[in-house]
Design a protein around this ligand. Structure first.
Ligand code: GLV
Ligand code: MN
Ligand code: MN
Length: 412
């Protein structure tokens, strides 16, 4: 049996999905539970129904589209990713894993394959932290990594609670029903663009992920003293923004001091209050993202950032408070799935290399409930989270073909 992915069908569907955006092409903005997100979900559901998959959605909007196997009670195999997109993003992050997963299932069916285990296509809600401040919301909840009551306390940047937002979007079931049974899945495999330059630079077709970095994010709130930009003397100031700026530089030096390329630190949000040209900032809020595949090294960076906060607070006479949003451990991919991916590449004549994932993915949380693997494909210039993100149809087809072969092997 050779599963033949249909590159035109897949490209057409990726094109259509990209039209569901709150920004004009080539930018894509698709924030969870907006009308745009709901229209994109409706499109995906129509494709799943056309493919005769049975669709179920849970209370946070995770979607399960099942191709039932000949042994429907055996733990199933799953694939999938996300379709939400951060503001001003591109069109391949997540979507390649969702539509590529669907295409892999269709290709298997069209090749006459009969799976023993059921195969599920999964769409995870809000892999991106844009609206509720925390990434991998759906996969955190279904893996029990975020409990129901913590989920219920989440509120979006727009002031609407997760509970209200999901109810408005038509997802009224209790969050208590979201966690998966520990034997629901015997394997999970996610196809994703690399979001980095290594595969393209090496001229390699497929990245076989061995581990996913440990992400952490925190909010740092600096409170100083506001006042008139003309009248407050420089020597009397306790400027919250300038203190925050020092802390941001402290994040950079803490990450650089680790000595490893696998350590990264970013300050991606800086909100200055009151935000007027003639007003000394009284409050500044930073959002800080620190990651590493090595948990101890990641935590050492967090500790250096805390020290920078304490030092700046006392020297500048400001108050600094840090709130942890998440500090997740890294994960290792399942050796048997790594080998299955490599064998599928060899059988198709695709070059491959092992690599870590510096970005986080729903796989990080799926690995807590099922043996997990990830297939990376190259993306142009390694660019992601920006409108010029691009993966070629050939690369996407290779990735979906390997995924089909791995799903066949794992579901037999
Ligand atoms: C996912 O989008 C990440 O930030 O790694
Ligand atoms: Mn992303
Ligand atoms: Mn992604």
């Amino acid at each position: 049996m050779t599963a033949r992915v249909d590159p035109q069908r897949l490209a057409r569907e990726l094109d259509t999905l990209a039209t569901f955006s709150d920004e004009p092409a080539p930018a894509v903005t698709r924030i969870v539970f907006t009308d745009t997100d709901l229209r994109a979900r409706a499109y995906l559901k129509s494709l799943c129904r056309d493919a005769a998959l049975s669709v179920r959605e849970d209370g946070v909007g995770n979607l399960y589209a099942r191709w039932t196997g000949t042994d429907p009670h055996a733990p199933a195999v799953a694939t999938g990713s996300h379709i939400d997109a951060i503001p001003h993003a591109g069109r391949f992050d997540g979507t390649v894993g969702v539509l590529g997963g669907l295409e892999a299932i269709r290709a298997l069916r069209e090749a006459g394959f009969r799976a023993r285990r059921s195969i599920d296509l999964m769409l995870f809600t809000s892999e991106e932290p844009t609206r509720f401040g925390i990434g991998c919301l759906g996969s955190r909840l279904l893996s029990g990594s975020l409990d129901e009551s913590a989920g219920e306390r989440l509120t979006g940047g727009d002031g609407r609670s997760l509970n209200d937002a999901r109810a408005d979007a038509g997802f009224g079931d209790s969050l208590a029903l979201v966690p998966l049974a520990s034997d629901a899945y015997c394997a999970f495999v996610e196809l994703h663009i690399e979001q980095g330059p290594l595969l393209e630079r090496a001229g390699v077709d497929i990245g076989v992920v061995t581990a996913i970095a440990a992400p952490s994010s925190q909010r740092i709130i600096v409170e100083g003293e506001g006042g008139h930009a003309g009248a407050v003397l420089m020597r009397d100031r306790h400027d919250a923004f300038l203190a925050a700026a020092e802390i941001a530089l402290g994040v950079e030096s803490a990450a650089r001091a680790s000595g490893s390329d696998d350590t990264v630190g970013t300050v991606g949000v800086c909100e200055v209050f009151p935000g007027a040209v003639n007003s000394v900032p009284s409050r500044t809020t930073l959002a800080v993202d620190i990651r590493d595949v090595d948990l101890a090294r990641r935590d050492a960076v967090l500790e250096r950032v805390s020290a920078a906060c304490r030092e700046t607070a006392s020297r500048r006479g400001v108050n600094v408070r840090a709130e942890t949003i998440n500090a997740d451990p890294p994960t290792r991919c399942e050796p048997a799935i790594i080998e299955a991916i490599e064998q599928a590449c060899d059988a198709r004549g695709f070059t491959h290399q092992r690599m870590i994932s510096r970005a986080y993915h729903d796989s990080l949380f799926m690995s807590r409930v099922a043996p997990t693997g990830m297939i990376f494909i190259p993306c142009r210039g390694g660019l992601s989270h920006r409108p010029d993100e691009y993966a070629s149809p050939e690369a996407i087809t290779r990735g979906a073909s390997v995924l089909a072969d791995v799903l066949a092997r794992l579901s037999t």
